[in-house]
Ligand binder design. Structure first.
Ligand SMILES: Cc1cc2nc3c(=O)[nH]c(=O)nc-3n(C[C@H](O)[C@H](O)[C@H](O)COP(=O)(O)O)c2cc1C
Length: 192
């Protein structure tokens, strides 16, 4: 059976809140048993991630466009401390979708950039990265999380646009759920 794991890093708790929102919407679509309880990566092991059939991973951006963690002056350990634990682990064949939180008004030069660090780490470990989203509706100068004209994951801004979040999650899940559930190679999924 498919089990989608949801893991996040956070400093001030907003990404945890969003992970719970995503879990709630996802359960409404594919059932409670198919969705893991959202877990902070500072309490997770590499095996917790590898035990899932697909992953949704969330991160805020801190510093000037970097992942959360003690080196980003956050209070607790987070992705910066967790990612080294994945060294040598193989995520081949696993589908991974990302969501990112940032603040386009205060940090327009590094908006959501840390999502790219997760993208690089998991794609280097063999994962098939899915679930980009449009940059339409955002105003920022630059972001490492944009490839072409799309974000590499779900983009959210709880500071300026929190009222748009539920719908953004719903629209993203419309696209990403069939990809996360499919056993076929990327690009050859059955039509919805
Ligand atoms: C010191 C600091 C640095 C930040 N740097 C960035 C940044 O470079 N890019 C960005 O998009 N958001 C940045 N943010 C905004 C956070 O990513 C945003 O507040 C996010 O919602 C926090 O999530 P959390 O509550 O899960 O920690 C920064 C916030 C703080 C306090």
């Amino acid at each position: 059976m498919h089990k989608i794991g949801i893991f996040f890093g956070t400093d001030s708790g907003t990404t945890r809140l969003i992970a719970k929102k995503i879990a709630r919407q996802l359960k409404g679509r594919i059932g409670d048993e198919a969705v893991g309880k959202p877990l902070n990566v500072n309490r997770a092991s590499a095996d917790d991630l590898l035990d899932c059939s697909a992953l949704i991973l969330g991160t805020p951006t801190y510093g000037e466009g970097v992942l959360p963690g003690k080196a980003s002056r956050n209070a607790e350990e987070s992705w910066l401390e967790f990612l080294p634990k994945l060294a040598g682990r193989d995520f081949s064949g696993m589908r991974v979708a990302l969501f990112g939180l940032g603040d386009q008004e205060q940090y327009p030069d590094h908006f959501l950039s840390a999502m790219m660090d997760l993208h690089l780490c998991f794609s280097e470990a063999g994962a098939e990265m899915v679930g980009g989203s449009s940059t339409a509706g955002f105003e920022f100068n630059s972001s490492r999380a944009v490839v072409g004209d799309r974000f590499i994951g779900l983009a959210l801004d709880q500071h300026l646009q929190h009222l748009l979040t539920e719908q953004r999650i719903a629209d993203w899940l419309d696209e990403v759920v069939p990809l996360l559930l499919s056993d076929r190679p990327v690009g050859q999924e059955a039509p919805a």
